[in-house]
Design a protein around this ligand. Structure first.
Ligand SMILES: [Fe+2]
Ligand SMILES: [Fe+2]
Length: 266
């Protein structure tokens, strides 16, 4: 089974490029299942029901989120209704939505888990203990399990990947918006990439306008970020998984430049 995992989609430039490229990549690389991180899809922060609908109708099987899951309040009831939209599983009990699920595609059943790190981030519940609980459920149904680990620290992501090595098919990091070059298959068969990178405007600071972000560093005054314009790029990874063992057989990084997108963002 071949899975495409796409890094954080930022604003309209990221959405447009994702909707254009996902069907093309799916056909070109015979992809069976597509997972996209959409935590920055709506104006750079959060996701709305309309945007989630368009993504899920556009060839994406599951949309994962992260610390910005809660950026748009209108998504709260949607999270409870739509199992293909996942927020991180390790939030306190009772928050809207779910953090993992099992989905079927032509190649078989796929488990998907969204988790959030705790290092240099808000102190969510323990993602290590959370995955142990989740795997008790998922591994009864399928060996193919894909984890989006949404975290800031490379060390936490690596430690998590080794912790679940051989128990999940792939751990792909999100959140930093910068793709790392460390893709590999760990010793027990889990494919790993510290960060998938961002799908959004290239001439930017992690997707946001440089002329707004730079003064925030130089003046320390608060500023409202805006999604940048210009050419966008899709960052992703292709993972080949043996659907019987659940172990990965290959992982390849993907970076596809897009077109210049006109300004008028939402
Ligand atoms: Fe993000
Ligand atoms: Fe994030």
């Amino acid at each position: 089974m071949r899975v495409l995992m796409v890094g954080d989609v930022v604003g309209k430039p990221g959405r447009q490029l994702t909707l254009e490229l996902v069907p093309r990549l799916t056909a070109e690389y015979a992809v069976d299942f597509v997972i996209v991180n959409g935590e920055n899809a709506a104006g750079g922060v959060g996701i709305t029901p309309d945007i989630a609908d368009v993504m899920l109708q556009g060839g994406i099987d599951v949309v994962t989120l992260g610390n910005h899951a809660w950026g748009k309040r209108e998504i709260f009831p949607y999270l409870d209704e739509e199992p293909r939209l996942l927020r991180p599983a390790n939030y306190p009990p009772g928050v809207p939505g779910q953090g993992y699920g099992i989905y079927s595609c032509a190649a078989g059943l796929v488990g998907v888990v969204s988790l959030q790190g705790r290092t240099f981030m808000d102190p969510v519940d323990d993602p290590f203990r959370a995955i142990d609980r989740i795997l008790e459920t998922l591994r009864r149904k399928t060996a193919v399990i894909c984890v989006d680990f949404h975290g800031e620290a490379t060390s936490e992501k690596q430690a998590f990947a080794w912790y679940v090595d051989g128990r999940v098919s792939v751990v792909a990091g999100t959140h930093t918006h910068i793709q790392t070059a460390d893709e590999r298959i760990l010793t027990e068969g889990t494919a790993y990439l510290t960060d998938l990178g961002m799908t959004g405007p290239i001439d930017s600071v992690i997707g946001m306008r440089c002329d707004i972000v730079i003064p925030r560093f130089t003046s320390l005054l608060p500023a409202r970020f805006e999604v940048a314009d210009g050419e966008a790029q899709l960052c992703a990874a292709l993972i080949d998984i043996d659907d019987i063992s659940g172990h990965a057989t290959a992982i390849r990084r993907v970076q596809v430049p897009g077109h210049v997108v006109n300004r008028s963002y939402s």
